[in-house]
Design a protein around this ligand. Structure first.
Ligand code: UDP
Length: 233
């Protein structure tokens, strides 16, 4: 892998750091430092952030799922506003694009608009997921990566790759260096959700999974140096 345009997916929990909820400033500043190195090296960077540090639609059965999912999508926008500001304070230019209007807080997504920003070396946040309930930011990142002709999706996670079983419960779990997306789907390896996996398979979008906590993990991954698992499409 030697990517020129990448979409980096950060989970909401990862942003929360040890707090488990809200934002951990030190974690986000460290992400910013590494993304800046990559942007300065000429890599076009898009960012998708989950919302689990605030809200997940499926965890609430007190209200209608589509409404719960709307709250989840808004949580992803809050995350992008926060991270975008930290990026700006670190010296990068950023834009937040959403699939629906949010007044003056974000800009409406269009491929042309995003391409224009990428061409200027600006970081583009794809916030609000797909804009539809019953989807996830996994699907959001797959959709935008495919639509924007990204070279790959980078998944910076709390775990350092894809394992053949859950390493939390199985001490003998083995990490894959490389695995096909077909195998991820067949064995339900849980890299990204099934909808997103199938989109990546059908559209030949490779992924890389590595730990957010690895020193320089993001900067290295953006240079194609993956200490984790490459998921081939
Ligand atoms: N969400 C949605 N549509 C999307 C993306 C996200 O409805 O296209 C909502 C959904 O409720 C989800 C929440 O936003 O639970 C947070 O997104 P994330 O992908 O972090 O959710 P997770 O997969 O962790 O539930």
């Amino acid at each position: 892998m030697n990517p020129r345009r990448v979409l980096l997916k950060l989970s909401g929990e990862a942003l929360a750091g040890p707090n488990k909820t809200g934002f951990d400033e030190a974690t986000v500043k460290e992400v910013a430092r590494q993304v800046k190195i990559s942007v300065e090296a000429g890599i076009q960077v898009g960012i998708v952030i989950g919302g689990g540090n605030f809200w997940r639609g499926r965890t609430s059965d007190a209200i209608d799922r589509p409404k719960a999912d709307q709250i989840g999508m808004l949580a992803t926008i809050m995350n992008c506003i926060y991270v975008s500001e930290i990026f700006r304070n670190s010296g990068m230019n950023t834009h937040i694009l959403t699939p629906f209007e949010c007044g003056s807080m974000t800009e409406l997504f269009s491929k042309d608009r995003a391409n224009g920003y990428f061409a200027q070396g600006e970081v583009v946040f794809f916030a609000g997921g797909t804009g539809h309930p019953y989807f996830s930011t996994d699907t959001g990142v797959a959709l935008r990566a495919i639509e924007m002709n990204a070279d790959c999706i980078l998944l910076a996670k709390s775990i350092d790759g894809v394992y053949d079983s859950d390493p939390k419960t199985n001490p003998n779990a083995v990490r894959y260096n490389t695995v096909s997306i077909q195998e991820v789907i067949d064995k339900q390896l849980g890299v990204i959700d099934l909808t997103a996996s199938i989109m990546c398979m059908e559209n030949k979008m490779p992924l890389a999974v590595f730990s957010l906590n690895e020193k320089d993990g993001i900067a290295n991954a953006m240079q194609g140096k993956i200490n984790g698992t490459i998921v081939t499409a």
